[in-house]
Design a protein around this ligand. Sequence first.
Ligand SMILES: C[C@H](O)[C@H](O)[C@H]1CNC2=NC(N)=NC(=O)C2=N1
Length: 97
Amino acid sequence: MIGKLSGDERAQELASLPEWTLVAEPEGIKRRFTFSDFSEAFGFMTRVALLAEQANHHPEWFNVYNRVDITLTTHDADGLSRRDIDLAKAIDALLSA
Ligand SMILES: C[C@H](O)[C@H](O)[C@H]1CNC2=NC(N)=NC(=O)C2=N1
């Protein structure tokens, strides 16, 4: 059973994810990605989907045209867990891949 990060852990981990914003209700982290067109955005979403499946940890996301908003929260923990941090880092790594 995965647990929520403590306040200290959360602050420490978020320091390494400067592009992500802490959100509440549900507690999680959010980032907006903007691409050149829909095709680029959807290709990114496809790669994120494969990461999510590998991690068995899935994003809450919204896409319109070239914009993808991703929120990561852990439903089983009702808040932010290490799985969210790890997936956010893996997603950010796609941008430089
Ligand atoms: C049964 C399965 O392991 C769970 O439903 C997984 C799947 N993906 C998940 N994704 C997210 N974001 N939170 C979860 O708690 C979660 N749980």
